[in-house]
Ligand binder design. Structure first.
Ligand code: 13P
Length: 249
């Protein structure tokens, strides 16, 4: 059975004190929630501190937002899987903002996915078509490229996040029909053991509708995840709804 998940991507937000307060508030609120896995991905500079805060209860996992694929060496400014693995369980790979602003292509994304797996991290692989008029097959192509050389028996060790670029940071999620169509196509690629998340303007207004769909295992939350109240509400709703519906087999 795949686990229902809620993942926070804080992106390049929070100064030190904000990160401390947000992580502490989330940890305390998530403690009584059962049946879902919650992951917080802070900026890498706060990874250690946020991990220390969250580990005190042991319920919320930590993820990095990015990493380089080499283990060590002369790569100024980068962080390696070996640096992350003692602190975090997850790493977001191939986010559309990395692809757009830092020129990450499918080859780099694939190298990063393989490196994450090699070093014991669970990659959250982001795919999504660019424009509303683009076909979902663009996202599927990204996914296939990201999974190149990854044996099928490792698909249980990855998470896929479907994030249509045109729905990110827009205040309006993609239509349910569209999301479900994409989920089904992604499921055909990864098989039954991989959690598949939806991301793109997820907020408290439509979280219950998303959670009701058995095709959607979890959500990857951007802007609503840096507001403690909305992120906690999203986690509570996901847990409450998924505990009735479960995830699709
Ligand atoms: P928003 O929730 O702000 O649209 O961001 C989604 C996202 O990119 C999460 O990775």
């Amino acid at each position: 059975m795949r686990r229902p998940m809620v993942v926070a991507n804080w992106k390049m937000n929070t100064r030190a004190s904000d990160a401390y307060i947000l992580a502490t508030t989330i940890r305390n609120a998530i403690a009584p929630i059962e049946g879902i896995e919650v992951v917080v991905c802070p900026p890498s500079i706060w990874l250690g501190e946020v991990s220390d805060i969250l580990k005190k209860d042991g319920k919320v996992n930590v993820g990095a937002q990015n990493m380089f694929y080499e283990a060590e060496g002369a790569f100024t400014g980068e962080i390696s899987p070996l640096m992350i693995v003692d602190i975090a369980k997850y790493v977001i790979i191939g986010h559309s903002e990395r692809r757009a602003y830092f020129y990450e292509n499918d080859f780099i994304v694939n190298e990063k996915v393989l490196a994450a797996i090699k070093h014991g991290l669970t990659p959250i692989i982001c795919v999504g078509e660019k424009h509303k008029s683009s076909p979902i097959s663009d996202a599927i192509k990204q996914l296939n490229e990201a999974l190149t050389h990854l044996p099928k028996n490792r698909f249980k060790d990855i998470v896929v996040a479907y994030e249509p670029v045109w729905a990110i940071n827009k205040g309006k999620v993609a239509s349910m029909d569209h999301i479900v169509k994409a989920m089904i196509k992604i499921r055909e690629v990864v098989g039954r053991d991989t959690p598949i998340l939806y991301g793109g303007s997820v907020n408290t207004d439509h979280i219950t509708d998303l959670a009701k769909r058995p095709e959607i295992d979890g959500v990857l939350v951007g802007s609503a995840s840096i507001r403690a109240a909305s992120f906690i509400k999203i986690c509570q709703e996901w847990a409450a709804t998924k505990s009735f519906k479960g995830c699709a087999a």
